[in-house]
Design a protein around this ligand. Structure first.
Ligand code: C5P
Length: 289
């Protein structure tokens, strides 16, 4: 039986600005993605029996049609009339619905893996087209990019060439945050200028290039943060706590609830983790991948 195992990494958003609401109900964004070394492992096994079977070592992950990996496989199967089936096993390390893109990354990994296993020879652009149907964050994970700027729905990806490796302490509080609810509650200020947002994200990438972590900290921002912290005020306390411990800044990733702190070194991140792990269950030390 043909089988392949692939790592499926998470992301952080160091910058997420909402430009405006679109006629299709989505929002145009400018975001900076950082790929990090917190990874799920996806094993795809071809089966003679038709259909898609998903399994996961964690009970809170849906294994039916709601699973984004399942959606990715079904999309390919239907579009390319694939007759045999696939078993998808997910070894979960990335916290679910945390703002870390775990499900989106799994979907991209399934698209990449099945493109190979089913010998579909789809180009990246074709895969990106399918990825957009699954979710706004899926295209980023199709590229082998450490750093990238996402525009429009966050699904138009432009590589940022940076050698910089950052270390973070990452905390995922135990609250459920639904991105749809966050975006629905969001009040988008009038006259949000795309050019200003692009200028701001470019300032951040320049600060990253110089490894000017103090300035990077000042430029970390996420427009979803105030809406998320209104819904869950404890997230603001967590952010303040991380900021007080990490010297450099702290920020919400995506629509949360994950909060990451920027640290000067792995050692520093590990020290903060030791402290925070007494209070929070899900604390990680992660770096740019
Ligand atoms: O694309 P995805 O399925 O991840 O989006 C989840 C929800 O988040 C959407 O239904 C939409 O309400 C909101 N969203 C948005 N603008 C984006 C991305 C997501 O409004 N750029």
């Amino acid at each position: 039986m043909k089988s392949i195992s692939l790592l499926s990494p998470a992301k952080l958003n160091l910058f997420l600005k909402v430009v405006n609401k679109r006629p299709d109900g989505y929002h145009n964004l400018v975001t900076l993605f950082e790929r990090i070394n917190l990874c799920d492992k996806i094993t795809l096994t071809l089966t003679r029996k038709p259909g898609i079977q998903v399994s996961c070592d964690q009970a809170d992950v849906p294994v039916g049609p709601k699973n984004l990996g399942f959606k990715a496989a079904r999309l390919l199967m239907e579009k390319f009339q694939v007759r045999n089936g696939v078993r998808i096993h997910i070894k979960k390390m990335i916290p679910v619905a945390a703002g870390l893109g775990g499900g989106s990354s799994n979907a991209a990994t399934v698209l990449l893996g099945l493109n190979k296993l089913w010998s579909l020879s789809l180009s990246r652009q074709e895969l990106v087209g399918l990825a957009r149907e699954i979710g706004s964050d899926v295209p980023f994970f199709l590229y082998n990019y450490r750093w990238a700027i996402g525009t429009q729905r966050g699904d138009v990806i432009e590589k940022v060439t940076l050698r910089t490796i950052l270390w973070h302490v990452l905390v995922v509080p135990r609250v459920k945050v639904y991105s749809r609810e966050v975006f629905t509650r969001l009040r988008v200020a009038q006259k949000m200028q795309l050019t200003k947002k692009i200028a701001d994200v470019n300032m951040l990438t320049r600060a990253l290039r110089k490894s000017d972590l103090s300035y990077v900290s000042e430029l970390l921002s996420n427009d979803l943060e105030s809406t998320v912290t209104q819904l869950h005020p404890n997230i603001l306390h967590l952010k303040d706590k991380i900021r007080s411990l990490s010297i450099f800044g702290a920020c919400l990733s995506g629509s949360g609830p994950a909060i990451f702190g920027l640290t000067g070194s792995q050692r520093h991140a590990e020290d903060i983790k030791l402290y925070l792990a007494k209070i929070y269950k899900q604390v990680f030390v992660v770096r740019t991948l």
